[in-house]
Design a protein. Structure first.
Length: 177
């Protein structure tokens, strides 16, 4: 039959029960052995508790590591996605600049006409040496300079759109030669 310890509410094994109940009649060496046995059992009980806690600690460490790696992975994916999107924007702007430059070259190769007017787009010309990629449209208009009545000087505005969205507007001044 097992006896319960008063202060820890733990069961004392039957072997310890005998030595604990007869410890008064033993010598001091026997008492020391009993105390050491009790201490060893208490140590083993504490070791079991720590071992169980360390398994929970290992689980906690694993969860924290997974969360850290997930955050790092998310950050890398967001960075890659942003780089890809900005690359697409830069490509679109580069194409738009090339189309605007070609439109300006075409306009300056033609005779001057008094503003206001719209110039022909290089994408609409049958004998076009300039290439306008699909999805891009270009328009060119000439307007009088702000605050001026002189028709010998105009502001030329070239607008490039991609799929209906304005990508680039270039303005320059052109005079009659």
């Amino acid at each position: 039959m097992a006896i319960r310890s008063k202060d820890r509410n733990e069961e004392i094994p039957p072997a310890m029960e005998y030595s604990a109940s007869h410890s008064r009649s033993k010598t001091s060496a026997g008492r020391a052995r009993s105390v050491l046995t009790l201490l060893a059992q208490a140590f083993l009980a504490r070791l079991r508790t720590v071992a169980l806690d360390s398994r929970g600690g290992l689980l906690l460490e694993t969860v924290v590591a997974v969360i850290v790696f997930a955050l790092i992975g998310t950050t890398v994916l967001v960075g890659v996605s942003t780089a890809r999107r900005s690359g697409e924007i830069v490509d679109k702007q580069s194409i738009a600049e090339n189309v605007a430059r070609n439109q300006m070259e075409y306009l300056f190769s033609r005779a001057y006409k008094a503003p206001p007017l719209s110039y022909a787009s290089i994408s609409d010309l049958p004998d076009n040496d300039f290439n306008v990629p699909s999805g891009f449209t270009v328009t060119a208009t000439a307007i009088l300079r702000s605050g001026s009545t002189d028709t010998d000087l105009e502001t030329v505005r070239v607008t490039v759109n991609h799929l209906g969205e304005q990508v680039l507007v270039v303005e320059t001044i052109r005079g009659r030669n």
